[in-house]
Write a protein that binds this ligand. Structure first.
Ligand SMILES: Cc1cc2nc3c(=O)[nH]c(=O)nc-3n(C[C@H](O)[C@H](O)[C@H](O)COP(=O)(O)OP(=O)(O)OC[C@H]3O[C@@H](n4cnc5c(N)ncnc54)[C@H](O)[C@@H]3O)c2cc1C
Length: 225
């Protein structure tokens, strides 16, 4: 067996126990192991998975149980880089190495919550919404088609089929939101996130601190995080 690299020594290890489709284009990958009992995670945070010998890709944690499992949901996009290829090839029984959960895309205190993003962002939104069971939430999620919808318990949801770079911002512009700002969580494709942020700050006058932005990917760039 080869010696572990410095990177590998800092990573958590778990075993893949199941790989299933949660939507036709997205795989739900369950990791199990003793290392997962003690893992600290706040809903919305992600782990960075070693998807081949040298490359890490970030995936939001869909669910974590202190009983010893952690679930990821990985989109199989057409440009398939190392992350998407890993999700195609990974099988039950294999060992996976990844960082501890990290990230600032986590629920804040607010009168109401606005979530906007795409299929990949929906993976982070799911556990954040489950952590806010009695809160008012508005969701706008842009997807390729109706099959891409994840089960997300928004108070008010608008699922949008992808239709150009301004589609997400236009849909948020059309929302009938309360006059006072809440907190917005914007994730997914980088330019769409920035367009929604511009709309909230410049057109609706929301303070910048009320808008949490985490770009997940952008066309032509590899491994954004
Ligand atoms: C904090 C964070 C959390 C994330 N959580 C998730 C998650 O839960 N699930 C998930 O699937 N992804 C998630 N991502 C995105 C993920 O990390 C990778 O960027 C994605 O899997 C693409 O990696 P890749 O190696 O396949 O492609 P890369 O080599 O990174 O990129 C190759 C090309 O593929 C294209 N591309 C990348 N992503 C997409 C896409 N979604 N749709 C269309 N084209 C694309 C781009 O043109 C890019 O240049 C997250 C990213 C971040 C930063």
């Amino acid at each position: 067996m080869s010696k572990p690299t410095l990177l590998e020594r800092f990573l958590v290890r778990a075993t893949v126990s199941a790989v299933e489709h949660i939507t036709p284009r997205m795989r739900h990958i369950r990791l199990t192991g003793d290392s997962l009992h003690r893992l600290e995670w706040t809903p919305g945070q992600h782990v960075r998975v070693l998807v081949d010998a040298i490359r890490l890709r970030s995936y939001s944690v869909w669910e974590h149980s202190p009983d010893g499992y952690l679930d990821l949901c990985v989109l199989d996009h057409p440009a398939a880089g190392p992350g998407a290829r890993w999700s195609r090839e990974v099988r039950a029984g294999q060992t996976v190495a990844f960082t501890r959960p990290q990230g600032r895309l986590v629920p804040r205190d607010a009168a109401y919550h606005l979530f906007a993003g795409d299929e990949t962002a929906a993976v982070a939104f799911g556990p954040m919404l489950r952590a806010l069971p009695n809160s008012v939430s508005y969701g706008v999620v842009e997807v390729e088609g109706p099959d891409d919808r994840l089960p997300l318990p928004f108070t008010r949801a608008r699922w949008l089929e992808r239709n150009g770079p301004d589609g997400l911002a236009d849909a948020v512009r059309g929302l009938d939101l309360p006059a006072a700002p809440g907190v917005a969580y914007l994730a997914g494709e980088a330019r769409a996130c920035q367009a929604v942020r511009r709309h909230l700050v410049t057109e609706r006058g929301w303070p910048r601190r009320s808008v949490v932005v985490k770009p997940f990917w952008t066309p032509g760039k590899r491994g954004l995080d």
